[in-house]
Design a binder for this molecule. Sequence first.
Ligand code: 7TS
Length: 423
Amino acid sequence: MENGVSDEVGYDVRAVRQDFPILGIQVHGKPLVYLDNAATSQKPQVVIDSLVHYYTRYNANVHRGIYTLSEQATAAYENARARVARFINAPSPECIIFTRNTTEAINLVRYAWGADNVRAGDEILISEMEHHSNLVPWQLLAQEQGAELRFLRVNNEGRLMLDGLDVLITEKTRLIAVTHVSNVLGTINPVKGIIKKAHKYGALVLLDAAQSVPHMPVDVQELDCDFLAFSGHKMMGPTGVGVLYAKPHLLEAMRPFMGGGSMIRKVMLAESTWADVPQKFEAGTPNIADVIALGAAVDYLSDLGMANVREHEIQITQYALDQMREVSGIKLFGPWELQTRAGVVSFVLDGVHPHDIAQILDSEAVAVRAGHHCCQPLMRRFNVPATARASFYAYTTEEEIDALLEGIHKAQRVFGHAIERSV
Ligand code: 7TS
C-alpha cells in the first residue's frame, strides 16, 4: 500500500482521507490518529454538506405540508429510505424503519414484537459477546414475560461455541438475538448458519449489525435474518439516526412502538387505528436532516464499494496484528484468521491499566477507547476489568498503525513495565 494507493483495495486511501476534514486536524500539536471507529466514525464533507444544505435550502416538516419545501423534504427523506434499503438489499423501502440508533432499533423489537410473541416459559437465546444494547432489552423482556434467557458461550479464541447450538435452540426458542460482528473481539459470527438452524425450530433471528453494515457488504435477503439493527453514526453518517430492518410480514403484524402523530390512520377519543408500515413505527417528527445525511453517507460508502472497504480493513488489520503481536507483555483478544475477523483489536499490557494506555496514546494524538466497551459479561469471560481497543475504518493508514505502536511502546516506557522480548 505504498503512498496509500493499493492495487487490491480499489481506492486511494489518501484521496479518501481528503474527504474527511477532521482527519486533517491536530491534537496536542500532532496529527490526529483516529482509531475509535467502533465507537463512532468520522464524516466526509458530503455528509456535512447534506446537513447544511437541508437546513439552509429546504428545512420543513415531512409527510404533512402541501407546499414546495415540505414536498422537497419529504422526497429527500423517503429517498434516503430507499437508498438505505438498497444498501442492505432489503426487498422494499417499507422494511426500513428509522430510529435513533441501534439501541432504539433493538428496543423497538423488544416492545413491538416481544410483548406479543414471547410468553411465560418461552426462550430467548443471546450470546456472551453481546453489547449491552443487545442484552439488557432481552433481560427486561424475559423478566416481564417470565421467559428464559439462554446463552451461547465464547471460546478462548473469541468465537461463539456453536457446538452447543443444537442443545440451546429448542421448540420454545422464540428469538435468537446475536451480534454479527463483536465490537470487542472483531469476530465475524457465522450468522447465516445460525439463522438457518433457528428457522428450522421456528425461531426468529435479530442481528445486531452495528459493527457489520458499516464495514462489509451485508445482504439481508441472502442472510435471511428477520430483524437487523444498525447505527448511522458508525457508518460515516450523523449521530441520532439508526435503522431497523425487518421482514415485511413481521412489521405488518407488529403493534406500534410509540404512539403519537404521523403513526395513526384514524384517531377517536377512546381508540385509534394505525398508519401503514413504515409510518406505523415512526411517531412524531422524525430526524429529517440526519436521515437525509445518512442517505449521503450510504452513497459515499457505495461509491467506495463495500467489498473495497472490507478488503482495506483486512489489510490494515493484518498489518496491525503483525506488529502488535511482537510487543512484549501484550495480550491480544479475538481470532487471528482475517477472513472472519473485522478491524477491531482489543489488547491489554502487563502492568499498565487500559485507561493509562489510552491516556498516553492521547498525548500522542492517538484516539482509542479503553473500558468494558459496553460488554461487561465478555470482560468477565476473559477475566479482565477492561481492555484498550483500536478500531479501524476505510481511511485508516499504516502510518497510523505505526503511531499506535509508538504510543504503546511509550506507555510501557512511562509505566516502566517494558519486558525484553525473549527470543
Ligand atoms: N451493538 C454493537 C455491536 C455496538 O458496537 C454498539 C455500539 C451498539 C450496539 C450500540 O450502538 P448505539 O449507536 O445504539 O450506541 N458500540 C460502541 C462501542 O463499541 N464503543 O462505543 C459504542
